[in-house]
Ligand binder design. Structure first.
Ligand code: ZN
Length: 177
């Protein structure tokens, strides 16, 4: 499978390139913005889908850990790195700059939905704190909605829900034996 960016709204469209031969023109209709456009196989810049990428949930365990996005009807599984300080998390969108940019068509996820703060304590261990970012549908931790002023400490394996999408915290240093 390959994917191509919609030139209008910057969402990915996935297709099976093995069904077509080189030089053939394909017409796509973006399901997001309904724009119609065409590409020529072999000429267009195609990116491999996330499915073909290596998705190692422990990939960033030596650094600040990762957020794992669970695959659903709106998007593929993704492993996205965290960094120290505030990590703004939201739906990937052209022109919106966030730290953890989730590639999804989930309409109930805000572009800047929630924030995970990563901080080192005096012992050098990383501390993760989750807060909502005034999102429309709210941020849920283990199925409990966070209040506006809530700052909740989260640990390895914490399950966070943004709209219809589930995220799992893979904290640094928690490599499975
Ligand atoms: Zn589009």
């Amino acid at each position: 499978m390959k994917r191509i960016l919609c030139p209008k709204c910057d969402n990915y469209i996935t297709f099976d390139e093995t069904k077509y031969s080189e030089g053939q023109s394909l017409v796509f209709v973006c399901e997001h913005c309904k724009k119609q456009f065409s590409i020529r196989i072999g000429k267009a810049k195609l990116k491999a889908t996330r499915k073909e990428e290596v998705l190692d949930e422990q990939a960033n365990s030596q650094d600040c850990g990762s957020v794992v996005v669970v695959e659903n009807v709106f998007g593929y599984k993704q492993v996205l790195p965290l960094h120290e300080g505030d990590n703004v998390i939201g739906r990937r969108n052209k022109g919106t700059d966030v730290d953890v940019s989730i590639e999804t068509a989930d309409p109930s996820m805000d572009r800047r939905h929630c924030i995970i703060n990563v901080k080192r304590n005096k012992q050098g261990a990383l501390v993760y704190t989750l807060r909502d970012n005034q999102s429309v549908t709210g941020t849920f931790l283990m199925n409990e909605i966070l209040g506006d002023k809530d700052r909740v400490r989260i640990e390895e394996g914490a399950i966070i829900t943004l709209g219809a999408t589930t995220l799992i915290l893979r904290a640094a240093g928690d490599v499975e034996p």
